[in-house]
Design a protein around this ligand. Structure first.
Ligand SMILES: [Zn+2]
Length: 53
């Protein structure tokens, strides 16, 4: 695991927390390394490919 790994996730508009496709959740302000492009987290990529909603 690397801290530079990028995840596919969704930011909550009501509390600013981020939940990634691979099931991690960061409180507001800790999602700087999360992006919606150039995702390289294999779990997130697999889930995205499967079309998990
Ligand atoms: Zn991930």
């Amino acid at each position: 695991m690397t801290k530079n790994m990028t995840h596919d996730g969704k930011r909550s508009w009501w509390d600013g927390s981020v939940t990634t496709a691979c099931g991690q959740k960061w409180p507001k302000g800790q999602g700087q390394h999360l992006w919606f492009v150039s995702v390289n987290c294999p779990i997130c990529l697999a889930i995205r490919k499967r079309g998990k909603r």
